[in-house]
Design a protein around this ligand. Structure first.
Ligand SMILES: Nc1ncnc2c1ncn2[C@@H]1O[C@H](COP(=O)(O)OP(=O)(O)OP(=O)(O)O)[C@@H](O)[C@H]1O
Length: 309
């Protein structure tokens, strides 16, 4: 395997709190890699370390052959970064933002101008290139930040929650651009959206409390949960009351409730009978067996629901 990114026992301690704990990982070149985790899992800390914005307490990482400890400048030359917050210069037009980035990377106008034309075209911003970012929608600003991160032709692109806060249409548009990058570079993204990880990522690592809990393709992670049985139980009323009762049952690994509809992960086939016993007195509308989703895998591993951003 040719690795674009290698993490060796990365640890980050803030005061007495360990945010990342001896985290090791290899990310294959040309793939889309997704880091999933609930709030506070340590994802942003890892991205900051890999993009040389922060030094680890111990451990090392190598990005396209360059150590983040001893060759941070080289690392910055080969990476593109899309941070969690849009940090565009509001006093520069869209094109000027991209030009500035090209200049900061030491590119000549002859090199950055055709590249910028191509990126504006790819992100659908050509007609708005002379407008200021403040006049753009959230989705357009995000596309501009992605375009900016690509001006200097990075080998590795880091995206920290790229679609948080975007409407479904803008999210899908951004997914299309990320898909276009597949194979031409390595993409390392963090996300809270299970569907995003499911559709975009070749490989996913689920982390919590600074450590990796699961590692594999979306299909493999779901397969690993295939021993679990996911049921949806819809009641005519009393959803909240039954949630409380069911939470106390040892055979239920996780519960999600939306109004009177409960999504339950049972820890085996033999748990159906005890479930039926518990809900025997309920006014049942529907009960159905579901395929485990990536969200179910996440909840089963972390015991937490992903933040609804
Ligand atoms: N500068 C800091 N000082 C102290 N603690 C910090 C600092 N930065 C982060 N932390 C803590 O480290 C843990 C990991 O934070 P981090 O931002 O890496 O998590 P995350 O997985 O990116 O979360 P989110 O999804 O909310 O962005 C959290 O408990 C956070 O409170």
């Amino acid at each position: 395997m040719s690795s674009a990114i290698t993490l060796r026992e990365i640890t980050k301690v803030y005061g007495t709190f360990t945010a990342v704990d001896r985290f090791s990982l290899e990310v294959e070149r040309g793939t889309v890699f997704g880091l999933l985790g609930p709030n506070g899992a340590g994802k942003t800390t890892l991205i900051k370390i890999l993009t040389t914005l922060m030094r680890p307490t111990s451990g090392d990482a190598v990005v396209e052959g360059h150590s983040i400890l001893t060759a941070a400048k080289k690392v910055r030359e080969v990476i593109g970064v899309v941070p969690q917050e849009n940090n565009l210069d509001r006093y520069l037009t869209a094109r000027e933002n991209l030009v500035l980035h090209g200049k900061l990377h030491g590119m000549s106008a002859a090199r950055y101008n055709p590249r910028i034309d191509e990126l504006l075209e790819m992100t659908g911003l050509t007609s708005r290139q002379h407008d200021f970012p403040d006049t753009f929608s959230g989705g357009m600003q995000r596309r501009l930040v992605v375009a900016r991160s690509l001006v200097h032709n990075p080998l590795v692109l880091f995206l920290d929650e790229p679609t948080t806060g975007l409407d479904p249409q803008s999210r899908r548009a951004l997914w299309d651009y990320i898909r276009q990058l597949r194979h031409s570079m390595t993409v390392f993204l963090t996300t809270h959206y299970m569907d995003e990880a499911d559709t975009l990522c070749d490989r996913i690592v689920i982390m919590d409390n600074g450590v990796s809990l699961a590692d594999g393709s979306a299909a493999a992670l779901k397969e690993a949960l295939s021993h679990a049985h996911v049921y949806e139980v819809e009641l005519c009323g009393d959803g909240a009351a039954y949630q409380k009762i069911l939470e106390e049952q040892p055979f239920i690994t996780s519960i999600e409730r939306s109004e009177n509809c409960l999504r339950l992960t049972l820890n085996g086939e033999k748990s159906l009978k005890p479930l039926m016993d518990v809900i025997a007195g309920a006014d049942l509308k529907r009960i159905s067996l579901k395929e485990p989703s990536l969200e179910d895998v996440f909840i089963a591993l972390t015991g937490k629901k992903v933040r609804n951003a």
